[in-house]
Ligand binder design. Structure first.
Ligand SMILES: [Zn+2]
Length: 128
């Protein structure tokens, strides 16, 4: 078995990509967001998958979590967003995102206290 090693990936940290990137199968082009062992389309090992940046997506639903873990902001604004064939849940920058809005990832935020890594949050896209 060949492929790039993923030394940062563990069972408790199921994905190590920046929030605005998605996996893409090198064989069949299928994309998926949350880490998985194999391509859901052709079964190729995900160790062989590339990643691409997500552009703009459409908000499907939003929610605000008022009771969060100690290391997560309160309130925590979340959005379910569809980027073409990829659907995901991510932090929105603020409560100003509604179903039907177009959004993109932007900024640099520490999504959980105590983590060095920063990720972008979802922001509404102004469209003409
Ligand atoms: Zn595939």
């Amino acid at each position: 078995m060949t492929g790039r090693p993923h030394p940062d990936r563990t069972a408790s940290d199921d994905r190590d990509l920046p929030a605005d990137r998605t996996f893409v199968c090198d064989d069949c082009g299928r994309r998926w967001y949350y880490d998985r062992r194999r391509c859901p389309e052709c079964g190729r090992s995900s160790a062989d998958a590339s990643t691409v940046r997500l552009e703009t997506g459409a908000v499907v639903a939003t929610t605000t979590v008022e009771t969060t873990p100690p290391d997560v902001r309160t309130p925590n604004h979340l959005a379910l967003v569809r980027f073409d064939d990829v659907q995901l849940i991510a932090q929105a920058a603020d409560a100003d995102v509604s179903p039907g809005d177009r959004v993109r990832f932007d900024g640099s935020h520490r999504l959980r206290d105590g983590r060095e890594r920063t990720d972008p949050r979802l922001v509404a896209v102004e469209e003409p």
